[in-house]
Design a binder for this molecule. Structure first.
Ligand code: ZN
Length: 427
């Protein structure tokens, strides 16, 4: 399997497949992709009858398509839904029971990596979104190059384990990504590194050339919420992911609005709280100086280096018992809310997802976040402010988003065309 290089949700060619069917073979390929996409989006919880209705297919057509997908080991029809993935409700069945198209035991696998400056996690995602964590490594945040070499070795091992079932590798990286490169990473030796090129370097049969897609971690956390989390079904949504800094994404119809170079959503580097101090990014008065991990640590007089996230979480955890920490968290929560209000004024979303520290700060001090939020919202928005929705995906947000990047490239007529027939498979 060798998807074209750089194919991703921000690549318009991926979605060009849709609506372009002219011959009956193309129409069939188009419908197979639609059906498989619907199985994926529904988390393997929808019956064949429900999928048939959702896609407005004739019952006979759906039966033939399901048989075809099953014959190609893309799905397996079960008599009842397999375990319900996080964030999805099991469906209520109406009328005559039909089978439930689900992940095939030899079906497609998206490998996903959540790369951070002090750790990485690898996981395998089945078609229906079921996730198995394969590897979790904590490391000293010293050598980005060393960490990437370690990731590459382990990745090749997992690629061998799943063989031809691997449809791609999604990588969430802690940097804005522009033209595939980490343009402002947290580790100096990651500057301008093209992660997809390094991890995809081809060295034989287990090579991953052309299979690796990278995206910004906060953008992918938002993509995950739109597909599997609190922003599912929200037509226009804003997502904010707070870690050391603050990133996020605007999503329209579940698809990120990536900007001209793929690096939109650096909301932490906007002067939303009125400061004027210089920021590490090169700008001044950035929001992340007052909100997020940096804001928290600055406010309690701790250094902004080292294990920032751990210490920021300790401050939040101590807020209920330590008045000093409590005041700090309130102040940061208010700054978070003020920034959110400004962004809602600008972007007009229907809901705002919060993940990472944003969810933790919101849960610790919801009143302060709401106060800041309402203070900066324009008057006409205040009677019905867009809901603030803390993530339910926890640590799996960026990983899940990385897997969605891979599935978005695969679940098209063109992507499925590269899936090997059962007799051609090596694993
Ligand atoms: Zn900045």
């Amino acid at each position: 399997m060798r998807p074209a290089e750089g194919q991703a949700w921000h690549d318009r060619s991926v979605r060009k497949d849709e609506g372009a069917a002219t011959t009956s073979a193309e129409l069939r390929a188009h419908n197979l992709a639609r059906l498989l996409r619907a199985v994926h989006d529904g988390g393997g919880q929808l019956t064949r009858a429900q999928l048939t209705r959702q896609l407005s297919l004739a019952r006979g057509t759906a039966t033939v398509l399901v048989r075809d997908l099953a014959g190609r080991q893309l799905i397996e029809e079960l008599s009842s839904p397999a375990g319900t993935p996080a964030g999805l409700k099991a469906p209520r069945t109406r009328g005559r029971p039909t089978g439930v198209p689900s992940a095939h035991p030899r079906g497609p696998v998206a490998l996903a990596i959540d790369l951070r400056d002090d750790s990485f996690t690898m996981a395998a995602f089945e078609l229906t979104g079921r996730c198995t964590v394969l590897d979790r490594q904590e490391r000293e945040a010293v050598s980005g190059t060393g960490m990437l070499a370690d990731v590459a070795t382990r990745l090749k091992g997992h690629r061998r384990q799943f063989g031809d079932r691997v449809i791609g590798v999604g990588v969430a990286v802690p940097s804005p990504v522009s033209a595939g490169q980490m343009v402002q990473p947290t580790l100096p030796d990651w500057q301008d590194v093209e992660v997809a090129g390094i991890l995809g370097a081809d060295d034989g049969d287990e090579g991953l050339a052309g299979l690796v897609l990278a995206g910004n971690d906060a953008t992918l956390a938002g993509l995950a919420e739109a597909r599997r989390g609190v922003l599912r079904g929200v037509p226009v949504a804003l997502h904010l992911h707070v870690a050391t800094g603050i990133g996020g994404v605007l999503l329209s119809g579940g698809v990120p609005v990536p900007g001209a170079h793929g690096s939109a959503g650096e909301f932490g580097h906007m002067p939303l709280t009125g400061g004027s101090e210089p920021c590490r990014c090169g700008s001044v008065g950035c929001w992340e100086l007052d909100a997020g991990a940096r804001g928290l640590l600055r406010a309690v007089g701790q250094p902004e280096e080292g294990d920032r996230m751990v210490r920021a979480e300790q401050v939040i955890a101590a807020a209920a018992t330590d008045p000093g920490c409590g005041q700090t968290v309130e102040r940061v929560a208010e700054a978070l809310g003020r920034g959110i209000g400004a962004l809602v004024n600008a972007q007009d979303p229907e809901a705002v997802g919060l993940s990472g520290l944003a969810a933790e700060v919101y849960q610790a001090a919801p009143g302060a976040v709401q106060a800041g939020y309402l203070a900066t919202l324009m008057r006409f928005r205040r009677p019905e402010p867009p809901a603030l929705l803390p993530s339910t995906l926890g640590d799996l947000g960026a990983l899940t988003g990385a897997s969605e990047l891979v599935f978005d490239a695969f679940l098209t007529a063109r992507g499925l065309g590269r899936w090997p027939a059962p007799e051609e498979k090596t694993a």
